[in-house]
Design a protein around this ligand. Sequence first.
Ligand code: AMP
Length: 543
Amino acid sequence: MSEDGKIGMPKPVVLGEVNMENKFAALGISPRVLKAIEEMGFEEPSPIQERTIPAALQGRDVIGRAQTGTGKTAAFGIPIVEKLDRTLGTQALVITPTRELALQVSEEIARIGRFRGVKTLPVYGGQPYERQIRALRMGVPIVIGTPGRLLDHLGRGTLDLSHLKVLVLDEADEMLDMGFIDDIEKIMASAPPERQTMLFSATFPPEIDRLSRRYLQDPLRIAIAPEQVTVPQTEQAFYEVRGHDRIEALSRILDIESVERGIIFCRTKKEVDELSEALRARGYLASGIHGDLTQRDRERVLTRFRQADVELLVATDVAARGLDIENVSHVINYEIPQDSEAYVHRIGRTGRAGRSGVAITLIEPKEFRQLRDLERGIGMRIQRRELPSLEDLWDKRRERLKEEIRAVLRSGRRLVELREVVKELLEDEGEADSLDVAAAALHLHIAGAQAPEEDFGDTGAEPGMVRLFVNVGRAQNVMPADIVRAVANLSGIAGNVIGVIDIYDRFTFVEVPKAEASRVMQALQTGQIKGRNVNVEPARRRS
Ligand code: AMP
């Protein structure tokens, strides 16, 4: 994208497989690391990366005021990977407050160092010593750990810091709050004085200032302060979701919020591709847009979005910048944005042309701190909304269905002709009354509106049906009525379209109409039978 934000992509110069137009290249990063970053799907450096990386590559000490979510891990991870040489021994040490953060940082640096064959080792309390000791003895180049366990290893002589070149304190204020300050000082004191030190912290209480004065030399101070931002008149809300059912949660949100024209923001190109594909598989009209698309493809996607052939545009921040799109009903942050500036940029896309818009953010429990930071940055509270249950969704669908039917009744379209069909059915089907016929017609309507049918293979079911395997059975006191109730209530399909049910000791087979099978599977996976979570999959016919 050009400087003025217009979409106009000059032809990229390709070095091996590395795209040199990539703004990371301007920071002095080597091709192998660039390639890794490209694969991680980062399109351009975040502000903290833009400022930290060149300075750190030159060997300067750095103090960064930055929260989680700003990209600080890569800001120190990239220079660390670049600085490793062939000498054996631990050359970089990252101290983190928690085991979770140690694991995350270790993973992210390993990904950055992939094409340089860099190894990382997370060490934390509660993990057996033997494995850590073996890797440490071999001189793993990058160690990431919590203070207590690192100190243990130093005491036992299993961690040798004599080759250390870079030391990072990540989330220093958290470590202070957890009472780790003495441990940190001891670790720092046992590292060679000529090493480079980087310290990252969201806040700077006096102890952190003292620590940095004592252990850092002429540090470059980088503050990624939330800029003064003006927030557009947009209704703002967040939903708490858990990592594993993010896409399911998003679908429910899309349905309950009646999203007509929405932009869904992701962090990386990879996420854009994966999410737009997953949404299409669930029957949404979604298309992805990011910096890797040719200009022609981008224009094509945008035209389809403007013409409403595509209702959801899945985008990275970079790709969405400078887009001229009006009347977006919803902006959805599938991933929480890096800072309040990015947030305001994103949500500024909705509520235009005098219409009010809605901005929704998906939050994981561990991101609450980031959410609070966002709120502080924009000076507003973001309202919490509860994730709708399947029952709520069904209620909503029912209301929509009734609306659609009322509209047809009002218009009178083809009713005269179709009433004849109903009459014939009532005469033929001696047992069905007009309510049954109407219900069956609605069923066809709902089934027809579903996503294209998936191929479930041969599940051994009747034609038009799919046999599902559910991992509860007689041992859990499951009766046919439990299965019917669960399938009908959770997925909203009528009980009388459910086919054969076979209950065995530890599992059950149930046949459902093919057109409904995906929905039933999804619904059962997230719901419960006899108070238990269940696993559901298409049955495999025994050969
Ligand atoms: P961190 O602040 O280091 O915890 O990073 C937050 C998330 O942003 C992580 O999932 C990173 O992989 C991701 N990330 C870091 N840098 C970038 C970037 N330049 N572009 C897109 N995503 C990034």
